[in-house]
Design a binder for this molecule. Structure first.
Ligand SMILES: [Zn+2]
Length: 147
C-alpha cells in the first residue's frame, strides 16, 4: 500500500513516473498522465517459514524384529528370504545387524507384517538450522515427536 505523490490517493499498485526530471511514485490513474510510466512492483518479503524435513531413523532393535517375525512364521532364513523376494544373506545380515535395512525393505516389512524397520518422521525445521538436524539420534526424534 502506497500513497500517490501527485494526488495523495492510496493505491495498491504504484508507478514510477519521471515528471520534470523528478521520479515520483504515483497511483494508477496519475500514471496515465505520463507516457513513460513503469509499474513499481512492491516486493513481498520472503516468508521466513519453517521447512518440512524428512528424517529417517533405523529402529534400534531391527535385528530382533526381523528374527521374531521369521520365527513366528516358522520359516528358515532361506524360506523367509524367498517369501520376501530377497537374498538369504540379507536376512541373516539383518538379524545379526551386520547391515542396516533400506527404506525400501522397511516398506516391504511394513506392508506385509505391519512392522517398520526404518521410522520416517516429518518435522518442521528452521531453514538455518537444517544441517544440525541431520545428526539426530533416535531418542532426540522421539522427543521431538512427542512435544
Ligand atoms: Zn494519483
Amino acid at each position: 500500500m502506497t500513497y500517490c505523490d501527485l494526488c495523495g490517493a492510496r493505491s495498491d499498485r504504484s508507478f514510477i513516473v519521471e515528471i520534470e526530471g523528478a521520479s515520483m511514485r504515483v497511483c494508477d490513474s496519475c500514471s496515465k498522465l505520463s507516457k513513460n510510466a513503469r509499474e513499481h512492483r512492491i516486493k513481498k518479503p520472503k516468508p521466513v517459514g519453517r521447512t518440512k524435513e524428512t528424517v529417517y531413523v533405523t529402529v534400534p532393535n531391527f535385528g530382533s524384529l526381523v528374527r521374531d517375525i521369521r520365527v513366528k512364521m516358522g520359516m528358515s532364513s532361506k524360506e523367509f528370504a524367498s517369501e520376501l523376494d530377497e537374498k538369504e544373506s540379507l536376512i541373516k545380515n539383518l538379524e545379526a545387524k551386520e547391515i542396516e535395512p533400506s527404506l525400501k525393505l522397511s516398506d516391504k516389512f511394513y506392508s506385509r507384517f505391519g512392522v517398520k524397520l526404518v521410522e520416517v518422521y516429518e518435522q518442521s525445521a528452521p531453514t538455518a538450522k537444517r544441517r544440525d538436524r541431520k545428526t539426530l539420534t533416535f531418542g532426540d526424534v522421539v522427543e521431538v515427536k512427542e512435544r
